[in-house]
Design a protein. Structure first.
Length: 150
């Protein structure tokens, strides 16, 4: 399979996973904050909420495909993904009315801080993995050099 084909397949898997995650999260939130009567009366609100959340999840997860593009650096991929998720969040919020405009600034600050925390934690995890891989590689090289001298 070509590199382009692998990226497309990975994108589809990520987007479907994100869509299903968005559906599930919206359903759980809706069931937690709504009464049975409200659910029955607001079927369209539930359906639109599920679709909107599913699409947002698909964009957020599917958009992470930018990290699989080898020619892109980490900063370019991160900024692209951040902007993609931020803009799609703003559009989804405007369409579904998740948050009122008076608290939207705080939500955006929280979104940005959470994004940074996740990025930093992931960076630390990968940094440790790379350090361990380099140590293992160094051990392999030393062992090969010792074997050559024997």
């Amino acid at each position: 399979m070509s590199e382009s084909g692998k990226l497309k397949k990975t994108f589809v898997i990520l987007a479907l996973t994100g869509f299903l995650s968005g559906l599930l999260i919206e359903l759980i939130i809706y069931l937690c904050v709504s009464s049975t009567e409200a659910i029955l009366e607001n079927k369209w609100k539930l359906i639109l909420g599920l679709l909107g959340s599913g699409l947002y999840g698909a964009v957020a997860m599917g958009g992470s495909i930018v990290y699989h593009i080898e020619s892109w650096g980490l900063w370019r991929a991160t900024i692209t993904h951040y902007l993609l998720t931020l803009v799609s969040f703003l559009i989804t919020n405007a369409l579904l009315g998740w948050f009122s405009s008076n608290i939207l600034v705080w939500i955006l600050i929280g979104f940005t801080v959470l994004y940074l925390i996740i990025w930093l934690v992931e960076g630390l995890i990968w940094s440790r993995r790379i350090k361990k891989m380099n140590q293992d590689l160094e051990k392999m090289i030393q062992k090969e050099e010792e074997d050559e001298h024997l």
